[in-house]
Write a protein that binds this ligand. Structure first.
Ligand code: SF4
Length: 182
């Protein structure tokens, strides 16, 4: 059975808290509760990275959580989209510069959608997920094009975008291991 079309029609979400105060996590749960009920659109919150399409990250990235964040991202199948929920996930927020915090999520993995706010409002989170779905669809097309593409310039452009994402993860991993040695 071809599952590709269901990945955008009924995306599965992986939610990971990298050190949040729980304010943003409560708002994500509110999206699932009866008032907003995003499950009626087929959007399911699941705990398995291997079955997930969208990674929702809350909180600043603490030193304890950074390697796990990279591992979860790597375990998700392509194409995948990352949404940073709340100002802490976007930039570190009020925890920015603390001794045990590495600031925003984009220092370790590529972020596609930023949802600001402290805490991020459920409406904004839903808006972020809808934008993530558009990006997921685009990435899916890019992947298919890369396989079929014969024009050199177009292929270089598409591969460049994928390479750029991998560079961010490689740089994040290097940063983790370097500071572990200190
Ligand atoms: S953005 Fe605000 S509510 Fe969300 S994790 Fe940071 S401090 Fe908590």
């Amino acid at each position: 059975m071809n599952l590709k079309k269901y990945r955008t029609k009924s995306p599965w979400i992986l939610h990971y808290n990298t050190g949040s105060c729980n304010g943003c996590d409560v708002e994500i749960l509110a999206c699932l509760a009866p008032k907003y009920d995003i499950e009626r659109f087929g959007i399911l919150n699941r705990g398995n990275p291997k079955q997930s399409d969208i990674l929702l990250v809350t909180g600043p990235v603490t030193k304890r959580a950074r390697e796990r964040l990279i591992r979860l991202y790597m375990e998700m199948p392509e194409p995948k989209v990352v949404v940073a929920v709340g100002v802490c996930a976007c930039t570190g927020g009020v925890f920015r510069g603390m001794y045990n915090v590495e600031n925003g999520v984009d220092k370790f993995i590529p972020v596609d959608v930023y949802v600001p706010g402290c805490a991020a409002r459920p409406e904004n989170i839903i808006d972020g997920v809808v934008r993530a779905l558009e990006i997921l669809e685009k990435k899916k097309k890019d992947l298919q094009l890369t396989r079929k593409c014969t024009g050199t310039e177009e292929l270089e452009y598409l591969l460049g975008k994928q390479l750029n994402r991998r560079k961010i993860v490689a740089e994040g991993t290097r940063r983790c291991y370097e500071s572990r040695r200190d």
